[in-house]
Ligand binder design. Structure first.
Ligand code: 1PR
Length: 534
């Protein structure tokens, strides 16, 4: 029997789904005594170090957990579940960790690389153990801003390390107590194999193990972080009321009066998982007008997808405060809670982020009540994506010095050589005064962990990403940016990665219409020496 230590701070649905998919039964830890009664304990930590430790203390879990670990009983910590085993973390300097492993958790602060470290990276095995016996050099999914440092004092614990500006600890084990910094439940087949190894116990390698010296030689000397390829599903009900994946041309999803229907959301997501998408995003594109918690089919799509798709899932649309017909008030956090409970790993905020930034600018600062701040506090910055829907607005040279205005190589209809990128809300229907660069900067400051950067001008055109827009935004922030809108062929992905610093590129139409397979995009990037996940 597997016991799951869910301290109620984040989404652990994907861990549950992975365990069920592997055919195991699961019980939940609901009281301190359950910890010592567990046969195998999984601790998927989510959110911040301090919040996790405080929550464990408040629930009375700390002492039984210490006793369980001290007895060396089977344990698998994931992400914060690894970090809590150390003595403390710079994330919450006053909160002690469990202190099982010597050393502190530090922030990534290389200054050049995006933080969080979000995406697919390798691991370099430092020890030959059954837990990693099936690992075959695949990349695994990481998402964290803090990392454990390898030191001589914790050397005997270190199973694997990973490079991201610095070399950090990506897996530890001593006896039956193990923990990993990556998310095996989000790392595709490679991650599921690792979880299965833990669940079945140390039954020895299933295939011949070459031994640690040979392993070290076969693992690359430094691990390499991959650019991500994301498939995006714009979802809405068609006129018959069926939930369909649709796709617009510059956000117009109707063709001959009908909502374009490109397939069923769950089936399409499964196809993209099978074809090697690194992430899948669902955008509930009418969420801005329909209350998403009333949209049970959309939540069901998420639940069903997350049962079989083991890469990160992002969902956006309608994340904002809402009062229903009975006068009941829901905060944006309530809406996000429901999306996370249904299987989302990240939520994306569109229109509400624009309203927030306008308020911040008007007030001269944040007040802690925005959806971004509230959701980031509970679920961590990495769980909050800002989806921006900008449109080019051309201006003449007299406005060149206004904030957000760039000189463009693509002149406007009147020959204008300057433009700015105007944020829109409600699916592009309404333009707002704030520009995309300012929006991205302020959202990062408020605690967003990633930017999904669309372009209404390029959406559905197949003419390539708007490189000027992508560069302007990605140069302005240090969180990861996903370039979106306009991919028409493999060369457009190569171009956006070669000419800007974005970490991910997203496409919809070419994947839905089977014009360009995800594998072809990755093969092309690999041929150019751009690192991708196999
Ligand atoms: O404002 O928080 O309710 O969120 C609404 C969300 O729905 C936003 O993320 C917004 O981008 C999205 N959305 C609203 N209306 C549309 C529409 O198309 N009419 N879709 C829409 C945005 C853009 C991308 C698309 C890329 C790539 N679609 O999702 O997938 O442009 O397409 P391509 O590769 O085919 O060019 P809120």
């Amino acid at each position: 029997m597997i016991s799951l230590l869910d301290y109620g701070a984040g989404n652990v649905r994907s861990v549950r789904n992975a365990i069920h998919k592997l055919g195991f039964q699961l019980t939940e830890i609901t009281k301190p005594d359950d910890i010592l009664a567990a046969e195998r304990l999984i601790f998927p930590g989510v959110g911040a170090f301090g919040a996790a430790m405080s929550r464990l203390a408040a629930l009375g879990y700390l002492e039984p957990l210490r006793a369980y670990l001290a007895a060396g009983r089977p344990f698998l910590g994931i992400c914060i579940g690894l970090q809590c085993l150390f003595e403390g973390s710079d994330e919450s300097p006053d909160v002690p960790g469990l202190g099982l492993i010597p050393g502190r958790i530090r922030r990534f602060d290389d200054g050049r690389l995006s933080v969080p470290h979000m995406g697919w990276n390798g691991i370099r095995r430092e020890r030959d153990v059954p837990l990693l016996a099936d690992y075959d050099g695949e990349k695994l999914y990481f998402v964290h801003s803090y990392h454990a440092e390898p030191t001589p004092a914790n050397d005997e614990w270190i199973l694997a390390t990973t490079d991201y500006g610095v070399r950090f600890v990506s897996a530890v084990q001593r006896g039956q107590v193990a923990a990993v910094q990556f998310h095996p439940e989000k790392s595709g087949a490679a991650g599921l194999r690792l979880i299965e190894r833990f669940l079945t116990g140390d039954r020895g390698p299933s295939r011949p193990s070459p031994g640690v010296a040979a392993r070290r030689a076969s693992d690359s000397p430094t691990t390499r972080f991959a650019k991500r390829i994301i498939a995006c599903l714009d979802v809405r009900a068609n006129d018959a009321g069926d939930l369909v994946v649709t796709k617009g041309d510059q956000y117009d999803v109707r063709e001959a009066g009908e909502v374009r229907n490109l397939g069923k959301p769950v089936e399409l997501a499964q196809r993209y998982y099978d074809e090697g998408a690194d992430e899948i995003a669902f955008l509930n594109i009418t969420g801005f007008r329909d209350f998403p918690l009333a949209d049970q089919p959309m939540l069901e799509v998420l639940r069903r997808t997350s049962e079989n798709v083991f890469v990160p899932l992002t969902i956006g649309g309608g994340i904002r405060a809402f009062t229903d017909a009975d006068g009941r008030h829901y905060s944006a956090l309530d809406v996000a809670d429901e999306y996370f409970r249904s299987g989302a790993d990240k939520i994306s905020i569109g229109s509400d982020a624009v309203a927030t930034v306008e308020q911040v600018l008007a007030r001269g600062g944040p007040d802690g009540t925005s959806a971004i701040e509230q959701i980031a506090t509970v679920y961590g910055n990495q769980a909050v994506v800002i989806s921006i829907d900008p449109r080019r607005v051309y201006v003449d040279a007299s406005e060149a010095s206004r904030p957000g205005v760039i000189e463009t190589a693509l002149p406007g209809p009147g020959g204008e050589r300057h433009c700015w990128f105007q944020c829109t809300v409600k699916g592009g229907r309404e333009g707002r005064p704030v520009d995309a660069v300012t929006l991205a900067r302020i959202c990062e400051w408020l605690g967003a962990g990633e930017i999904l950067l669309n372009s209404i001008d390029r959406d559905g055109t197949g003419s390539g990403f708007d490189l000027e827009l992508v560069k302007a935004v990605s140069d302005a922030v240090s969180i990861p940016v996903i370039a979106s809108s306009g991919a028409g062929g493999v060369e457009h992905f190569a171009e956006v990665f070669a000419r800007t610093d974005v970490e991910a590129a997203l496409a919809a139409g070419i994947f839905h219409r089977r014009e360009v397979p995800i594998a072809a995009v990755k093969a092309h990037l690999r041929s150019l020496g751009i690192e991708v996940r196999h």
